[in-house]
Design a protein around this ligand. Structure first.
Ligand SMILES: Nc1ncnc2c1ncn2[C@@H]1O[C@H](COP(=O)(O)OP(=O)(O)OP(=O)(O)O)[C@@H](O)[C@H]1O
Ligand SMILES: [Mg+2]
Length: 217
């Protein structure tokens, strides 16, 4: 069996609130392996984003440990790209420039301009947004913005792609179409939360690269 890409051991997250300590997560164990697609499923407020933020390194756990490729996750890193629900594009940059931002961050020091440009072009083509590379975020639709956010994350060639309901704001048809597209291009591991409404209930379920259902962990 491959070593897990991400290993989560006995992780808990407690927040300090006005009314005292609030436990959002307790005793979470999860292994994520290369090529797996893991969906975190549960009702609103059950802790899906909290867990995703921990894997992203945006927050640190109150208890337990999170490892990525055998090393403790110290903070955010380019091997763990995040696609946020609000797509977080910079409004004063074109689609191309928004994707280039991520590409430069990871490859800017070791590759020339032409190679960087080729990476951005390929990522935009992958999400069928090459025609809009010169447009600004306010000139494209919500679904198109989501695609640019996905292209930016993909272009960074992360080891794991973390998606916090990036399709949440879309209508059901557009969401289904985008999910199909994304499933077609997913190569690295991915983690994404779902509420109960559009997935089977359960804590999370996993599928392999071909989309076959696998046993819940
Ligand atoms: N920074 C924080 N301070 C205090 N409480 C928090 C904080 N972040 C999250 N929580 C609480 O932790 C719980 C889990 O929140 P989380 O955002 O992970 O839920 P979720 O499963 O992603 O929900 P949704 O499906 O609505 O996105 C909630 O009760 C929330 O109020
Ligand atoms: Mg959430």
């Amino acid at each position: 069996m491959d070593k897990p890409l991400v290993k989560i051991e006995k992780v808990g997250q407690t927040f300090n609130t006005k009314s005292g300590k609030f436990t959002a997560l307790r005793d979470i164990d999860l292994d994520i392996r290369e090529g797996e697609v893991v969906s975190l499923i549960g009702h609103s407020g059950c802790g899906k984003s909290t867990l995703l933020n921990l894997i992203a390194g945006l927050t640190l756990p109150s208890t337990g440990v999170l490892l990525c490729e055998g090393r403790e996750i110290p903070g955010p890193g380019p091997e763990r790209a995040v696609v946020f629900q609000n797509h977080s594009l910079l409004p004063w940059m074109t689609c191309f420039e928004n994707v280039m931002l991520g590409v430069e961050q990871v490859f800017g020091r070791k590759e020339g301009r032409l190679k960087l440009k080729a990476r951005v072009d390929a990522a935009l083509a992958m999400v069928h947004m090459d025609h809009a590379s010169g447009k600004y975020p306010h000139e494209i639709s919500g679904g198109m913005k989501q695609r640019i956010g996905i292209a930016r994350a993909f272009a960074m060639e992360p080891r794991i792609l973390l998606m916090d309901e990036p399709f949440g704001a879309l209508d059901a048809l557009t969401r289904a179409a985008l999910q199909d597209e994304l499933n077609g291009v997913l190569g690295s591991a991915a983690v994404r939360p779902h509420r109960d409404d559009d997935q089977r209930s359960g804590r999370h379920h996993r599928r392999d690269r071909e989309g076959r259902a696998a046993a819940p962990a």
